[in-house]
Write a protein that binds this ligand. Structure first.
Ligand code: SF4
Length: 272
């Protein structure tokens, strides 16, 4: 029997009255809820039993984002189990601490156990756990070149360029515009320091989310009809030490962390 994955295929079977008796607002929303596993076909009282029996077993439930995250972490944790931490520490810029890898990240130490679980003085979430495990598995220990390039120039970075620009650079630009002083103070608290040799930007700070993958954050404030601008660059060696997806998650994690800190520490407790 053919699998049924597309909500549109389910929608064709429904009454299309949008009556809401299934407790979602429309038949289309119901079809989506079924493939996401939040509803079953039997929740629509207008589908006859024969249809429910015939079609129900063909529905392939999509994984939720949270489920995808759990699966991704489990896959990486499985691979970490066969990593020799003692041999890996040097190439990662990490140290060994009681059998765990201690990786400096944003001015704190994150401890990775041989089973891939992670502990730190900060809140551990997917945004930092996933990239750190990937870093352990992928980092070749490539030496920094001193040449800064954009996400699109990294190996396979083209697939992530737009996401990164929208979800990370643009989100940070908005935070920097609205809370300039606080935003750059927070970066310094996380260990960011000025770019050696300076740059044309109003602020140019080097941040180290991972020991061998520095981020260069450049910000130009708005002036006389010219919009502000923020970009994040990476050392050309980054492709040999991490994958662009992990860089995206690290950047997204930074945005979320800055948002929470701004709400907590800004004068009026508002983001914008
Ligand atoms: S109960 Fe059935 S017909 Fe009514 S909105 Fe839900 S899916 Fe559509």
């Amino acid at each position: 029997m053919a699998e049924l994955k597309n909500p549109l295929e389910l929608y064709k079977l429904l009454k299309k009255s949008n009556c809401g008796e299934c407790r979602v607002p429309s038949c289309m929303a119901f079809a989506v809820a079924v493939v996401q596993g939040q509803k079953t076909l039997a929740d629509c009282p207008y589908l006859d039993e024969d249809t429910v029996a015939a079609v129900g077993g063909r529905v392939v439930r999509h994984k939720s984002f949270a489920e995808e995250q759990v699966k991704s972490l489990q896959d990486l944790q499985q691979k970490i189990r066969s990593t020799d931490f003692a041999a890996a520490a040097g190439r990662l810029g990490a140290t060994l601490a009681g059998g765990r890898l201690a990786i400096p990240c944003l001015g704190k130490e994150f401890l990775i156990a041989p089973d891939g679980t992670m502990a730190s003085p900060c809140h551990v979430n997917f945004w930092v756990h996933y990239p750190l495990l990937n870093y352990v598995l992928r980092c070749q220990g490539a030496v920094l070149t001193g040449e800064w390039i954009g996400m699109g120039e990294l190996k396979e970075g083209g697939d992530w360029d737009q996401f990164f620009s929208h979800r990370v650079e643009e989100a940070m630009r908005q935070l920097a515009d609205a809370h300039t002083e606080l935003f750059f103070e927070m970066l310094e608290v996380f260990g960011a320091g000025p770019l050696a040799g300076g740059s044309s930007a109003d602020y140019s700070l080097v941040l180290r989310p991972l020991p061998k993958v520095p981020f260069l954050l450049n910000y130009w404030a708005q002036e006389e009809g010219i919009d502000s601008k923020l970009n994040i660059l990476f050392d050309r060696s980054a492709s040999r030490n991490i994958d662009p997806g992990s860089i995206f998650y690290l950047g997204g994690g930074l945005v979320e962390m800055f948002r929470q800190l701004i709400v907590r520490h800004s004068r009026d407790g508002k983001l914008f």
